[in-house]
Write a protein that binds this ligand. Sequence first.
Ligand code: 16G
Length: 241
Amino acid sequence: MLDKRSPMPMYYQIQEDLKQRMDSGEFVPGTMIPSERELSEHYDVSRMTVRQAMTNMVNDGYLYREKGKGTFVAEQKIEQPLQGMTSFTEDMKQRGMEASSRLISFETIPATVEIAKKLNLDESEDVFRVQRIRSADQKPMAVETTFLPVTLLPELTEEIVQGSLYQYVEDKLGLSIEKATQMIEATVADDHQANLLEVPKNSAVLMIERNSILTDGTPFEVVKSAYRADRYKFISGIYRS
Ligand code: 16G
């Protein structure tokens, strides 16, 4: 079944085969996959090779281990299109999942040089700094740190940011959100993020920064988010013009 003469390493071929078995529906999320011994017999390779494939797949979020039980097929990652400028609440609703926020901190601070520049404020003007854990069906997906100009949203409260920020900005304040620039960077979770995201320290996370602008050109938010890389993948369509 594996091609021993291929330049592709054996562990890689095993990974590809297991992924295909997941795609075909043979291994649905929650299924316990065969033991290392069974897989090494099945593929006719050493247990070390199987272990390497398993470890890679656990690190990439396809499988998860439960101590004393075995290795299981993980949930499919959430596929997040990069085109539309949606809110977390809208994204989850579209998927039939329930969005929730746990507020970690809500404070007013003087803008740093970086945030002032991005929000088009004078240095040291007040900004809200809001940190929230965003969850889908009660499972933590991302830690978001949002900076908002106090002058633009003077009546923002802890209660409001436990719901949808975009809904508040658009429906309550009547402001019109136009666009954003977004940057994505690969990194690993530090202690604090790992703790909030309920993943081991140094797990892969996708850092996304979104700088959003209203239709009149006013920057209204700078958001720095750490998304669990085992739960998210970002997708964009591209044209060859
Ligand atoms: C998304 C946005 C974030 C925005 C939030 C509003 C990314 C990377 N981030 O999470 O910038 O503040 O939605 O969501 O997409 P809300 O309306 O549910 O509070």
